[in-house]
Design a protein around this ligand. Sequence first.
Ligand code: HEM
Length: 391
Amino acid sequence: MEHLLTTKRLESFVKHRADEAQSLVKDVWAKAQKAQIVNLREILGAFSMNNVTRMLLGKQYFGLESAGPQEAMEFMHVTHELFWLLGLIYLGDYLPLWRWIDPYGCEKKMRDVEKRIDDFHMRIIEEHRNKKGKNNNIDDDEGEMDFVDVLLSLPGEDEGDGNGKQHMDDVEIKALIQDMIAAATDTSAVTNEWAMAEVIKHPRVLKKIQEELDIVVGSDRMVTESDLIHLKYLRCVVRETFRMHPAGPFLIPHESTSDTHINGYYIPAKTRVFINTHGLGRNTKIWDNIDEFRPERHLPNDDITRVEISHGLDFKILPFSAGKRKCPGAPLGVKLVLMALARLFHCYDWSPPDGVRPEDIETNEVYGMTMPKAEPLMAVAKPRLPAHLYH
Ligand code: HEM
């Protein structure tokens, strides 16, 4: 992770991210021209997936330069199955006999998904090896290397005999890449869909976001990454989204390493620990009117303090966890979320489809490893900037 998620490497993908932000705007433009309803789950999913796969695998899966519809569909399909399996509360984790009997065919499904994902990653690794064979001077400083290139170039770990392996094993590379895809795509797409849903449900908030964008960015250019730090109100909108709809409602399960006491409770070593971030955001000792979407509650009292989107100093929200195992992709996650929202709100006015009132937009949640909205968000977009900016 130290090699992959450095500031320098994230900077090297700035152009890809700008391309994807423009594609996002263009996708909506095409629908708006034909007066079609926009399926925000679909377009935000493609935005996250493309950003992540371009950085990790050097491939775009949706859009003009995509790797091809069949490969993209296969990849999306198997990734969705994997997320579903990861979200299961699986009895076999506690009762080995259950795994053996496998009454609902879960073990079989897991093995099947494992094999398909393994084949997929093996193909990607082979493609990278072939590319490297043909073009030996891939130059890291030029920002040409995607994450698979980097992992292929790193030495393996020392196994205790003082001799590190010359290269990482394929199985280690595949595990790291899969871990990242799972951690990076769904989290940012789910957060974006929730933020859009809450903002369209509250036209007052949409108006305030657009007023801020018009002051900071104006109406003769698109939002760029350097604007994001100045969008204080939008940052509060993202914080409020994380308070009400944290992408990881229980983070990732951890295990305590030693006996400890917390608030008078004795917690033995090796206890499985779940952090209930969903409960934290609705804790009435910390927040008032917990069911009200009110970004203003996060505005600092002065003009200088920056609006922190990760936990900040107060630990009142924990969207990326905290401490040693906190999300190493948080700076990138924050960029992806802010950029998609800033572009979509700057470029378009949003409303629910005909016949639906904003306040009727449903906000039912589905629990799993991430916590998406139950129904995909559908909305109507009306361009609000000069036409030439959209192309
Ligand atoms: C809005 C976006 C995101 C959210 C809300 C999010 C949240 C989280 C959370 C809650 C964890 C678990 C921390 C724990 O163990 O308690 C985590 C882990 C992780 N995240 Fe993120 N994340 C986001 C985006 C990203 C991105 C863009 C990347 C990488 C490019 C990434 C890479 C990772 C990795 C590698 C882990 C560690 C998994 C492990 O420990 O094995 N995340 N993230």
